[in-house]
Structures are given as C-alpha cells and as structure tokens.
Design a protein around this ligand. Structure first.
Ligand code: SF4
Length: 369
C-alpha cells in the first residue's frame, strides 16, 4: 500500500496543543542531526522546527510519529493520520566544525538549540552533584564525563564561539546557564564577565542568564548592567514536597530567596524579562501548579511549563520514574497559556532564553510562546 493511500484525508487534529503534547512525550521515530545530549537541567532532545516553531523532541524508535517529506504523520495499527504539521530537522551548524586556538572544538563550548539559539553551560560542574543532593532529573556532569564538553568555559571562548555562530549560522540569541558553585553568588557573578565578553564581540546579541537566587541580590543588577536582556531563575517546582523529593540540594534554598530574587529581577530587568522553569509531572497537584504560575505571572515572571521526562543518565531514569500523562501536560499547559495570554505575556517578548526559544515546552502550540 502506498503512503498516499494510507493517509486519511482531512484528519489533522483540531487541537494543535494535543499533537504538540503527544510529540513532546512520545517523540518522533526520525532521528535528527542536532541533538542536545546529557547536560544541565531537564531536557534532552533532538532539535527541529515544527510548524515554524523551535521544538525539542525525543528520538524514540517506538514512537507512532514519523516524518515523511517534511510532514508529520501518526501511524497506528495500519492507519495513518496527517497532523498537518511541517517538521524540518535543524541542520548541523557550521560553527560546530571550528576549533579554538587552544584546540577545543566549538561544540564543546556551546551548542545550537532550536534553529537559532546558542546555549552554553558556563560551569559544567555542580556543588550539588553528590547523589543525595543532586536534582534527580539533571545530568549536568554526565556530558562532562562523556567528554562532550569542557568543565569551565572562559569568557573569551564564549565570545569567540558566539561571534562565529552569529556570523555563520544566523544565531539570534544566546542563553547561558551554570552549575551551582561554592561562592555565595552560586555562580552568578561569573556570568557577568561572560555576558560582557560576548557583547564586546557581538554587540546587541540578546542574552539570557540563568542563575540560582544569589546570596547578594546586587549581582542581578550587575548582570543587567553587563548587558543581559533576560534572566531565568529556575525553581522547577513550587511544591515543597516535590522540591525536597526531586531536588534535595537545590530544594533546600528557601522559597523566600526565590521570591526575593524574582522581585529584584523584575524590578531591574522589567516585567516579562524574567522567567522560571516549572516542570509538569513531579507529583504536584496540577491546580496548585497552575495557581502558582498565576502568582508568578502577576509578579511579571513567565512560568515556562515543561513536561518532565526522565533523561538517560539521571537518577530519575535509574529509579524508573516516568513522564507525566499527556492529559496532565495538556491541562497545565492550556491553563498556563490562558493566563499568559490574559496578561499579555509572550515568550518572544523575552528576546532571549528558554521562554523566547520555546522548544522545550508545549506552550508554543498555544500562541503564548
Ligand atoms: S527552551 Fe531552553 S533548554 Fe530548551 S532548547 Fe530552548 S534554549 Fe535550550
């Protein structure tokens, strides 16, 4: 039977969020050239442009979703449904083939996320990586162990790679995160130097910095003065039980520290230039998660809701944790999107960072990205 004969005409879903959520959780069978392997935080996927938007989708040989001629189809039990979505794999960027003067491949310093985001983990180690302290979804030091990155990137290296990525591959924004360091600033002050160095080489490049609440809030002012456009202060969950269970180290940072850091960041960077990751599927009551997102939106903080998925190499994966149900992800994402729309907040307005990229969330299918 030919593919054309198998396709049910006019069978695309009327709910773009439904398909986006299914794709985020079940992935696609087609492998893609640009992937984000193990690393900081909770995402690990292949990068594609889905219906015109950045999307990070797992490669899953058992997924019912396939890509043919640049379009996504769902194959189940002999029937094929066209989703009505275009999908273009992000091509391997040219800057990946370059090497610094001291012999480090550029892709060990920063990676392409989506089609146009340069992402780096400036310090690839974390003081919280002991097994009883680390975030159970995180694999920050696994990529280091695998030799796919270097432990610390210098400001000069970041500037060199950013310049090439903008010139050769049309990168339009950069995001810088860091493993938590021992100083009271938890790694934030090093990012000031990195932002300054990149902007000296690439003036005007929108950069998002991602930090833990720093002991001294004035470093948030310094990040802004250094030229950062947006800031992510990622709590991952607002639920104390979930924080203790999933993030024994990071979850010990009291919530008032997060509140103070978000407030200072909004005062300095402005409304909707501040964001936080909220993971869907850590066992939190969904309505409380949505209510917490509403409080963040009221403050001017964009809640970037992302489905939890257990990454290879993470403690979550080792312990058999599973991704949340599509129904849960759909419910939370739709509700948070409704709140964001009502507040007039879009991820694109952040100009840089995860909310502006949108690849790791299904919010992009709702118009709130
Ligand atoms: S949303 Fe953030 S982590 Fe995900 S691909 Fe985009 S920049 Fe990378």
């Amino acid at each position: 039977m030919t593919l054309a004969a198998e396709i049910e005409p006019g069978s695309s879903s009327d709910d773009p969020l439904h398909d986006r959520v299914q794709l985020a959780l079940r992935g696609i069978r087609t492998d893609v050239p640009v992937r984000r392997g193990a690393g900081a935080g909770p995402s690990d996927d292949g990068h594609v442009v889905l219906g015109g938007a950045n999307a990070a989708l797992p490669h899953n040989p058992d997924s019912p979703y396939v890509v043919r001629d640049g379009k996504v189809y769902e194959e189940r039990g002999g029937t094929v449904r066209a989703l009505g979505l275009s999908l273009t794999p992000v091509r391997r960027p040219r800057f990946y083939d370059l090497t610094t003067a001291d012999g480090i491949p550029y892709h060990q310093i920063a990676l392409l996320h989506g089609k146009d985001v340069l992402a780096t983990t400036v310090v690839q180690t974390c003081i919280r990586y002991a097994e009883d302290q680390r975030c159970r979804f995180c694999t920050i030091e696994e990529s280091l162990r695998a030799g796919s990155t270097v432990a610390a990137k210098t400001p000069a290296q970041l500037a060199e790679v950013a310049e090439a990525a903008v010139r050769l591959d049309g990168v339009t924004q950069m995001t810088m995160t860091t493993g938590t360091t021992t100083g009271p600033d938890r790694g934030a002050r090093n990012l000031v130097r990195c932002v300054r160095a990149v902007l000296e080489k690439v003036p005007g490049l929108p950069i998002q910095v991602q930090i833990e609440p720093p002991g001294d809030l004035s470093v948030i002012d310094d990040l802004h003065a250094g030229g950062a456009t947006a800031i992510g202060i990622h709590v991952e969950s607002l639920d104390e039980d979930a924080r203790r269970r999933w993030m024994p180290g990071k979850g010990s940072v009291p919530m008032p520290e997060y509140e103070a850091a978000w407030d200072r960041a909004v005062a300095v960077f402005g409304r909707n230039r501040v964001s936080t990751y909220l993971l869907i599927g850590l066992g939190e009551d969904p309505d409380e998660l949505v209510a917490g997102a509403a409080r963040l939106i009221e403050k001017g903080v964009y809640p970037f809701v992302v489905p939890f998925r257990p990454l290879p190499g993470s403690l979550a994966k080792r312990d058999g944790a599973t991704a949340p149900s599509p129904e849960l992800v759909h419910h939370v994402t739709a509700e948070v999107a409704r709140l964001l729309r009502a507040a007039g907040m879009t991820g694109a307005d952040q100009e840089a960072g995860c909310a502006a990229c949108g690849a790791c969330s299904a919010l992009s299918a709702t118009g709130a990205a």
